[in-house]
Design a protein around this ligand. Structure first.
Ligand SMILES: *Cc1c(COP(=O)(O)O)cnc(C)c1O
Length: 406
């Protein structure tokens, strides 16, 4: 086989479909988010980032940066080992306590990313619980799907956000069989939110464990940033709450929060926890500072909501189609991979506005979109420039507009 020729032709097929991924090379400017420097072939330009998952701008928060500087000076750069072999730093333990408290659970367990936490926790639970069957929401994140697949356990897919279909599927199973129901709170591409209480009713009816991915909820929802389940007073009914430290908390890492024994079980058996170097202590300290801050401060959450409303209202006035949803995510629908990429490039090149195109396989073909995430760091001026540019390109491309309300 000509290996290089194979790689090349596979990539060309992706290019032909208009979904070849091109990374924007940027340098975010601490203290000046959402502004960033973009590196292009012949120099640099300034861009405003409109597609960050650092939803609250915590990545530049003075408390977070100070905690990271302090712990780098005190503990050095890396953890120095896996958690088991010399790598458990005091700051990991503090962070796990902070997370258990955030979710009102007995314990928490850290991973190097949210992806790894889903893959390792779901993979371990589903593989190690004898004859376990996993019920997985049809739109679950790749990290959950991979974990479930890796476990080798039987898997049933239930209709997205449908407690009725979940109930139907669970009813077909032996009541004594172990069951694990895996779903998300906020689905990050459509921005819709799961009917958590109804799903938990069904889980309890069938004595199934519940596993919720709150990656797009933690920090953002609930009076202390515990997620959508906190807002709805449901955290104590959920078996496992999984989250990330890399999105609203602005740093990096992932975790599960659950009973002491469940966390201990995953700690003891999960390959993805055991055989990898622990996160740097400074990263743990930064995440800890961020969580602590967002437990007490609502200004970031309140300002974000206000910014999201402002952008949505402006899009509505111009008739630019976006998926209505109850979250902080604004999917502006384009519905074509080539157009989506073209608009994204045009916004960047002509207006210094950075919105990454979202194409297959992240979303289904035909639903290509620009996913806009307003945050407290976007000014009125940023919003106005975004809206003006979108309106201009919508006219230029003769893209459909919604009927504009009189
Ligand atoms: C981003 C994401 C993850 C992975 O979290 P990371 O910390 O970025 O690895 C898991 N689940 C969902 C739904 C996500 O969007």
């Amino acid at each position: 086989m000509d290996y290089q020729e194979f790689f090349g032709s596979e990539l060309q097929a992706v290019r032909d479909e208009g979904r070849y991924r091109v990374f924007a090379e940027i340098e975010r400017k601490a203290g000046n988010f959402p502004q960033a420097t973009r590196y292009v072939e012949d120099g640099t330009t300034n861009v405003t980032v409109w597609c960050s998952n650092d939803y609250l701008g915590m990545g530049q928060h003075p408390k977070v940066a100070a905690a990271m500087h302090k712990v780098i000076d005190e503990c050095g750069a890396g953890a120095g080992g896996t958690r088991n072999i010399s790598g458990t730093n005091h700051h990991h333990v503090l962070l796990e306590k902070e997370l258990a408290d955030l979710h009102g659970k007995e314990d928490a367990l850290l991973f190097t990313s949210g992806y790894v936490s889903n893959w390792a926790a779901l993979g371990t639970l589903a593989a190690r619980i004898p004859d376990c069957v996993v019920l997985s929401d049809a739109l679950n994140h790749a990290s959950m799907i991979e974990g479930i697949r890796y476990s080798g356990a039987e898997r049933m897919i239930f209709e997205h956000n449908s407690p009725e279909d979940l109930d139907r599927k669970l009813s077909t199973l032996d009541p004594d069989r172990p069951k694990l129901v895996a779903f998300e709170s906020v689905y990050s591409m459509d921005g819709d939110i799961a009917p958590i209480a109804e799903i938990l009713d069904v889980c309890e009816k069938h004595n199934a464990m519940s596993y919720i991915d709150e990656v797009h909820g933690v920090g953002l929802y609930g009076p202390r940033g515990g997620g959508v389940a906190e807002r709805e007073g449901l955290m104590d009914r959920i078996t496992v709450i999984e989250g990330t430290l890399g999105k609203a908390f602005g740093v990096m890492g992932g975790y599960i929060s659950a009973s002491k024994d469940l966390c201990d079980f995953v700690r003891t058996f999960a390959s993805g926890f055991i055989f990898t170097t622990a996160m740097p202590p400074a990263v743990a300290a930064g995440a800890c500072a961020s969580i602590k801050h967002l437990k007490e401060s609502n200004i970031e959450r309140d300002t974000q909501k206000e910014r999201v409303e402002k952008v949505r209202d402006a899009l509505d006035r111009l008739g630019i189609p976006h998926l209505p949803n109850p979250s902080h995510i604004i999917p502006v629908m384009v519905g074509d991979a080539h157009k989506c990429k073209f608009i994204s490039d045009w916004l960047m090149d002509n207006h210094g506005i950075y919105v990454q195109p979202i194409n297959y396989p992240t979303v289904p073909r035909g639903t290509e979109r620009l996913r806009i995430t307003p945050s407290p760091v976007h000014s009125d001026d940023d919003v106005n420039r975004l809206i003006t540019a979108l309106s201009e390109i919508w006219s230029q491309c003769e893209l459909a507009r919604r009927d504009i309300a009189a």
